[in-house]
Design a protein around this ligand. Structure first.
Ligand code: ATP
Length: 200
């Protein structure tokens, strides 16, 4: 099974890139969705989040109170604390999930995550793709998508690494400064290249 990591800053277009790969039959795990599922379902993680962030982290029906946690994490500068709880569980469960997919005969497995290269390039990945676009485009596209101010997006961006400094860790750097269709074409072309060089 070929394992590929896809990353990039806020609004760079990594999810859009991955949606194209999904259409081409690639199995994708989105880190945000995967983490959310674990925060809802993993009993130890739930317990630890409640201990550190308080009972308000979960609603009375037991579901994750995302608005509260996002406020605690982003507005109160506690992202690192939350990541320290979630990431070790995420890494372990992701590996289990990828192993299961490999046993099932999956050909290409991709993992989309903003936090992928913060501690160097993970050695389990065969290929790394970084999607990039200039900051103005990313601000504009994200504020339009999320209906929030560019200032709020800028604050989140400032907490992310400078992906240009990470280009040397990637096998493919996808410039997303053109149209959506161009991005989709680049995604398909990258996939074909990976399939060609891997003989799959
Ligand atoms: P985040 O890290 O915030 O999840 P992302 O890197 O996954 O962002 P996307 O959600 O794929 O980025 O793209 C951000 C927004 O920009 C989306 O609304 C998407 O439709 C739009 N977008 C992406 N690429 C282009 C493009 N080339 N032209 C116009 N809009 C685009």
């Amino acid at each position: 099974m070929i394992k590929i990591g896809i990353t990039g800053g806020i609004g760079s277009g990594k999810t859009t890139f991955c949606r194209q790969w999904e259409k081409n039959g690639v199995e994708i795990v989105y880190a945000d969705d995967f983490a959310k599922k674990l925060m809802n379902e993993d009993p130890n993680l739930r317990e630890n989040i409640t201990k550190v962030f308080g009972e308000a982290s979960y609603d009375s029906d037991g579901s994750l109170n995302r608005a509260y946690l996002a406020e605690e994490a982003f507005a109160k500068n506690r992202v690192e604390e939350l990541n320290a709880l979630v990431h070790p569980v995420l890494r372990k469960k992701l590996k289990e999930y990828a192993d299961q997919k490999e046993r099932e005969g999956t050909g290409i497995f991709a993992y989309e995550a903003a936090i992928l290269l913060n501690e160097g390039r993970p050695d389990w990945l065969d290929y790394v793709v970084i999607v990039t676009a200039d900051e103005k485009q990313r601000l504009h596209r994200t504020s339009k998508r999320d209906q929030v101010s560019e200032k709020e997006i800028q604050d989140r961006m400032d907490k992310q690494p400078d992906f240009e400094e990470l280009f040397s860790l990637a096998d493919f750097v996808i410039e997303n400064s053109g149209t959506l269709q161009e991005l989709q074409e680049k995604a398909e072309e990258t996939l074909r290249t990976i399939q060609d060089i891997s003989g799959k």
